[in-house]
Design a binder for this molecule. Structure first.
Ligand code: TXA
Ligand code: MG
Length: 318
């Protein structure tokens, strides 16, 4: 298993030696490596078993760093990262040559993000290079929001997990890019769409599941190993009453003899709390002794939209 600890210097030394290290962010844990080193980036793809067509986000210590890695930056992008960084926002920008093609899967744009976590901020400040980091889970599986989640699945492939506790936002960053000067959201995430719109006005959301520009939008993603169905829970309880069920509900406690385990995301009906607990709850249900996980959508306001997006993909047939 990997060592879990809070030693920033140890993480730095490993990263400088070309190794990969799991790092905490406010959204989910990342599997980080030197973004400017093709060998380190190759290790990230291998450890995750990630297809090379799925590009990696590059993490920077502050907004100033963007100018080293991107060119022709639209003014709306500047307005966004000045307002929301450090935070759960990734901006797709025209890449400079210093970013290897492997990082962007040959695309012309690089995804840049300045994460908000004191340990990772300090680590990024001490390193002479930015960190490429996808979520620290095997490709297609539920994202990790605690160090133990990373260790459970990737612990035999990596040496060190920088322990930053449980992720505060719990859902991946929102990804924004520009097409003919118009802002487009490619992945709804930890920064709500209306927050973005307060800064740059109306934004188109591309939720198309076969969009090759952002493979995180693949139809099946964030998925448990167990089968999962999303719908109206009282109806699903009737339909699947002959099976043992795990229930993931927003705020209601349901009753049925078929229910073997139930997790309520937020008894007070708070979508931010629900987002924070979402992936760890799904993981817990996936590990429990049930045949089928049934879940319901949450209100689509604020981060609710990102939760519903994950629910849809997590329940999609592989
Ligand atoms: O919150 C987050 O964004 C987390 C933490 C670790 O920062 N990272 C994360 O990475 O969610 P990952 O690799 O699991 O998801 C990144 C998504 C992928 O679906 C990828 O296709 C998309 O971002 N992406 C990255 N670079 C891109 C690019 N140049 N063009 C289009 N899509 C890109
Ligand atoms: Mg991911």
């Amino acid at each position: 298993m990997a060592e879990i600890g809070k030693d920033i210097d140890k993480a730095r030394t490993l990263l400088e030696a070309g190794e990969v290290v799991a790092i905490p962010t406010e959204t989910v844990y990342g599997l980080a490596g030197n973004a400017l080193d093709v060998e380190a980036v190759t290790k990230i793809f291998k450890v995750k078993d990630r297809p090379y067509f799925d590009p990696l986000i590059v993490h920077v210590p502050d907004a100033k760093a963007v100018y080293q890695y991107a060119a022709n930056i639209p003014h709306q992008a500047v307005a966004l990262f000045e307002k929301f960084w450090p935070g759960p926002l990734t901006v797709l920008l025209e890449k400079k040559n210093i970013i290897p093609d492997l990082v962007t899967s040959g695309l012309d744009r690089v995804g840049l993000r300045c994460p908000q976590h004191p340990l990772t901020t300090e680590l990024l400040q001490r390193l002479p290079f930015p960190l490429a980091a996808p979520s620290a889970n095997p490709f297609g599986y539920i994202s990790p929001t605690k160090p133990e989640h990373v260790n459970d699945q990737l612990g035999n492939k990596i040496k060190y997990i920088l322990d930053g506790g449980e992720c505060k936002v719990g859902i991946e960053s929102t990804i924004v890019g520009f097409e003919q000067g118009m802002p487009v959201i490619y992945r709804v995430g930890g920064l709500a769409v209306d927050q973005i719109e307060t800064v740059i006005g109306k934004v188109q959301v591309k939720e198309s599941s076969s969009n090759p520009q952002s493979p995180g939008q693949l139809q099946s993603h964030y998925a448990p190993r167990k089968q999962m169905v999303v719908g109206v829970i009282p109806e699903l309880l009737q339909e699947f009453s002959h099976q043992t069920l795990g229930v993931l509900s927003f705020r209601t406690m349901y009753q049925s003899d078929a229910i073997k385990k139930q997790i309520i995301l937020s008894p007070t009906g708070d979508v931010e709390e629900a987002a924070q607990k979402f992936f760890s709850s799904l993981r817990e249900l996936d590990r429990s002794q049930v045949d089928l996980i049934i879940a319901e959508e949450v209100p689509a306001a604020g981060l609710g939209r990102a939760i519903n997006d994950r629910l849809k993909r997590a329940s999609s047939k592989k």
